[in-house]
Structures are given as C-alpha cells and as structure tokens.
Ligand binder design. Structure first.
Ligand SMILES: *Cc1c(COP(=O)(O)O)cnc(C)c1O
Length: 222
C-alpha cells in the first residue's frame, strides 16, 4: 500500500470535524513529502531534534505538532515554531513553556495530557491534579500558554471495551473542565485522542484530533 492510498483509507473513516495529525516520527523527509503532495499539512513528531531538523528542511507551511514526552530543557528549541504541543504533562513543563514563549513574545498552543490508561508508564496529569491545576488559577498564571484542550492515550490492549471506557472518561473530564473554567467559544476545544489501533473508538467517544502514524506511513524502524 502506498502512503497516498493509506491516507485516503484513514481519511474516509474520519468525520470532517476531526483533524488528522500525521505522525511522521522515525520516517524520512520523503515520506512526509508524499503525504504533503496529497494535501496533508499537519505532522506529529516525538523527538525535539528530529522535529527541528524536519522543520528546517521541509516546506514552511507545515504545522508541526509535538506529541512526545517533552523535557523542560528542550522547550526553548521548539517554542519558536511549534504549532501545538500535545503532551504537556506537568505544571513544571507548563511554566517552562510559558517562560520561553514570553521571552520571544509568542503564545504557544498546548494540550494538557491526562493519564487515563492502566499502564504506569504513560505520562500525564491524573484527574485530581488537573482539577487542582485549574482550581488554583493555573489558567491565569501562564499568560503565554494558550490552553487548547486535552490529550490522552488509552491502555495498549485488544480489549475494546476497556479502551472505550478510558476515552469516555477523558471526554467527561474534558467537558467538565471546559464548562467550569472556559467560555464555550474559547480556544479550549480540542480533545486529542486516538492512534492507528484505536482511532475509530476515539472518534466515537468525541475525539476532535487523531494522531495516526503506522496506518499512514507503515511500521517504524527504531
Ligand atoms: C507514535 C505515537 C502516535 C502514533 O502511533 P501509531 O500507532 O503509529 O498511529 C500517536 N500518539 C503518540 C503520543 C505517539 O507517540
């Protein structure tokens, strides 16, 4: 299957209100250029150096989304150009993004990552921490951060009911945060959930943004 065919196949499973992030991590520039030629402009990367290299080399109308675990000391490298940071998983990281963004007079779009999976290894705020963040005025503390919504990853399992209940849980957290701390018309509108294996379930549960890699570009070679 070619990238163009894979893309068409993914696209036809997505309602028009769901945005596609093509996860290009570990794939070469040529693969991105094929998807680019097919009209895709939004790419997700999980390593700072890899994303910055691709940003330098590839067309400037590409929107780069950082989807990995971001270390505070690397924030400054992506803040000048990143279009959305999905995995903001601690207040310490929010603070560093705010500091670096303020320095260059930018407001940086971020999604707070929520830990919804059973696995210990996945990063993110748990629900009480997230509520505490907003209750304590987190929104006002970081004026150079634009809070655009939430992101989460389900447990890696074949048990679709488990995956579905985790996505439903994240959607309920999203609705609660949005109604408690934002205007309905605010920028807080994105719920990033769903990957190659589980995006149809995520879409069913209210995802507005899916992050899809292997179903478009094939398996990754690490
Ligand atoms: C790699 C990655 C994806 C894409 O995974 P696929 O299974 O290849 O679609 C999505 N989200 C995050 C956070 C990732 O690290």
């Amino acid at each position: 299957m070619s990238i163009v065919n894979n893309l068409a196949n993914v696209r036809k499973q997505l309602p028009t209100h769901v945005r596609l992030v093509c996860v290009s991590k570990f794939h070469p520039d040529e693969a991105i250029l094929e998807a680019y030629a097919a009209g895709e402009r939004v790419y997700g990367e999980s390593k700072v150096q890899e994303m910055s290299g691709k940003f330098e080399r590839l067309p400037k109308d590409i929107q780069w989304h950082f989807i990995g675990h971001l270390q505070s000391n690397k924030v400054k490298h992506i803040v000048p150009y990143v279009s959305l940071i999905h995995g903001v998983d601690s207040e310490k990281l929010v603070a560093e993004i705010d500091r670096q963004a303020a320095k260059i007079g930018r407001k940086v779009n971020c999604l707070l990552q929520v830990h919804i999976a059973k696995e210990e290894t996945k990063f993110g705020f748990d629900e009480p921490e997230l509520i505490q963040f907003f209750e304590s005025g987190g929104l006002e503390r970081y004026p150079a951060v634009q809070f655009c919504g939430l992101m989460g990853m389900a447990t890696f399992t074949k048990d679709n009911e488990q995956v579905k209940s985790e996505f439903e849980h994240l959607k309920s957290i999203f609705d609660r945060i949005k109604s408690s701390y934002f205007n309905q018309s605010s920028e807080f509108k994105d719920l990033s959930m769903g990957m190659s294996e589980d995006f149809p379930i995520a879409v069913e549960c209210g995802s507005t943004m899916v992050r899809i890699g292997s179903s478009i570009f094939g398996t990754r070679e690490y």
